[in-house]
Design a protein. Structure first.
Length: 148
């Protein structure tokens, strides 16, 4: 691995050939999604605090909902969330008590050359070429198909 060195400012800037129309469209859709999220948050928050603003009431009327129905929905979702959270926590607690802490896990050792060649999917000369070359252009796939 190379040693860290001082870099010029131009080395850190990523230059791409992107179409500006695509970037504008992505920006507009992003703003649209953020505005939608804000409206949804205001919709639920206004029902929680029993606030009746003009624009949010228009949305509530179009969905034929009242603040009480929205609050009941939020309470139901909260209860389901707590039940799932407690269920997963109890499952974790049970597994910890039954199987012990997970400190015995360790990462596998790096694959050796013998193990890769032992699979019989690639030849020794192709393996050496792939390991030693800095730039490789493959005319055909050096890995053989698995025949079952």
């Amino acid at each position: 691995m190379d040693k860290p060195r001082q870099r010029k400012q131009n080395d850190l800037i990523i230059k791409t050939k992107r179409n500006w129309v695509n970037e504008v469209m992505i920006g507009l859709f992003s703003i649209l999604i953020w505005l939608f999220c804000i409206v949804v948050i205001c919709f639920f928050f206004s029902a929680l605090i029993n606030n009746n603003s003009t624009y949010i009431n228009l949305i509530k009327t179009s969905f034929k909902m009242t603040n009480v129905e929205i609050r009941d929905f939020l309470y139901t979702v909260f209860v389901i969330f707590i039940a799932c959270y407690l269920g997963l926590w109890l499952w974790k607690y049970y597994n910890t008590k039954r199987f012990g802490p997970s400190m015995r896990r360790k990462y596998p050792q790096p694959t050796t050359e013998g193990e890769l060649l032992g699979l019989g999917l690639i030849g020794k000369d192709d393996y050496d070429t792939l390991q030693n070359a800095k730039d490789i252009t493959l005319e055909k796939n050096p890995i053989r198909d698995i025949v079952e």
